[in-house]
Design a protein. Structure first.
Length: 108
């Protein structure tokens, strides 16, 4: 994969394609956000905590009674980019790559 940025305060505040890993099974959700990755992580955790299956990541956690972790433990910015056609293409690329390597969560 062309770009991986583990927790870094500057990069973590960027928008783009991100990965959220399940702490229990190590499978991952990949998605896009025009907001910071930190904000998206907080939203997904909120959905899981409130038993709200609005997000696919929260649905996975709730369906399997798995655990989520902190943003530093479970989130990764895969590709910084801005909303638009390129972001859609990168999201599709990462979803296909994760699926091919059998690490994409089944709910996605």
């Amino acid at each position: 994969m062309p770009f991986h940025a583990k927790f870094n305060s500057t990069i973590f505040m960027s928008s783009g394609i991100h990965k959220l890993k399940c702490n229990t099974c190590n499978q991952a959700y990949t998605g896009q956000s025009g907001r910071s990755i930190t904000v998206r992580h907080k939203e997904n955790v909120h959905y899981a905590r409130t038993n709200n299956p609005t997000s696919v990541y929260a649905l996975h956690i709730l369906n399997h009674k798995h655990e989520y972790g902190t943003a530093a433990e479970t989130s990764e910015l895969l590709k910084p980019c801005h909303k638009g056609t390129r972001m859609d293409c990168w999201e599709t690329f990462y979803m296909q790559t994760f699926h091919k390597h059998k690490i994409l969560i089944t709910e996605q």
